[in-house]
Design a protein around this ligand. Structure first.
Ligand code: 1GP
Length: 251
């Protein structure tokens, strides 16, 4: 089915079902750790694997995706830190435009350069308004893009940015406090943004306990992404997935 992964995001949102995505950084795993993550994720009913990292220097991306694909049916979504992180072995690609920044390269420049390669990959492309929110520590993306994150206490700027992204045609909004953020995004900001847009809202960065994942979903996040905390303790997958899936659907 065309746009299968995007439909799964929007269908789940429409049904009020919250989703949990495990973020795998190919630089930080090997066959053995990926196999463990797959096993835990399947038994915990994880909804998506997001795969990507800020830099990705290892060469393990294709192999990692192939291993996931042959082991389970959890969809794989590329969350690329750069255009070099495109792999035909994934199911879909978050086609990120850094709408919280003012660096033309990450808004459109790199997209122009990589467009033919992305098209040729045959991947399902999901345009995503990527908003980096201040999480109390400088993120790699802010450093590399030389652009400031959104202030964490300025929900109105976040709302206007997400709205602009949606009206520009972006199919997803991703609010990220950055990997390993000291302060995850506040429920106040999540609620205000979620109430202003109708496309699925992805939230990640610094979520280290299931309670936070639950509260973020209750506030309006549709998809919760966790990377760092799971790298430290993979058994968190089970609790995080259970917390996200326990959020009651609002009818
Ligand atoms: C980072 O949103 C992701 O881009 C996940 O963040 O690694 O802190 O969970 P963590």
């Amino acid at each position: 089915m065309p746009n299968e992964i995007y439909h799964s995001f929007s269908d789940r949102k429409r049904a009020g079902k919250k989703s949990f995505a495990v973020l795998i950084d190919p630089d930080k795993v090997n066959d053995q750790t990926v196999a463990e993550l797959i096993e835990l994720s399947v038994s915990s009913k994880v909804d998506y694997f997001f795969v990507g990292g800020s830099l990705v220097v290892s060469n393990y991306l294709d192999q990692c995706l192939q291993l996931i694909k042959k082991s389970c049916s959890i969809p794989t979504v590329l969350f690329p830190g750069s255009p070099s992180q495109v792999s035909k072995y994934a199911d879909a690609l978050l086609y990120l435009s850094l709408i919280s920044g003012r660096n033309a390269e990450l808004l459109i420049g790199q997209h122009v350069v990589s467009a033919p390669m992305v098209k040729k990959s045959g991947l399902e492309v999901m345009s995503t308004g990527y908003m980096v929110v201040d999480g109390g520590a400088q993120t790699t993306v802010s450093y590399i893009s030389n652009s400031s994150p959104l202030p964490s206490d300025k929900s109105e700027i976040a709302v206007c940015t997400a709205l602009a992204g949606e009206m520009l045609g972006m199919k997803l909004i991703y609010m990220d406090a950055g990997s390993g953020a000291k302060n995850p995004i506040s429920e106040t900001m999540i609620t205000k943004v979620a109430q202003s847009i109708s496309v699925p809202l992805i939230v990640g960065g610094g979520i280290v306990d299931p309670e936070k994942a639950y509260l973020n979903c209750k506030a309006g996040a549709d998809v919760i992404v966790v990377g760092n905390a799971i790298e430290k303790d993979s058994s968190l997958i089970r609790e995080m997935a259970a917390a996200v899936h326990s959020v009651p659907a609002l009818v």
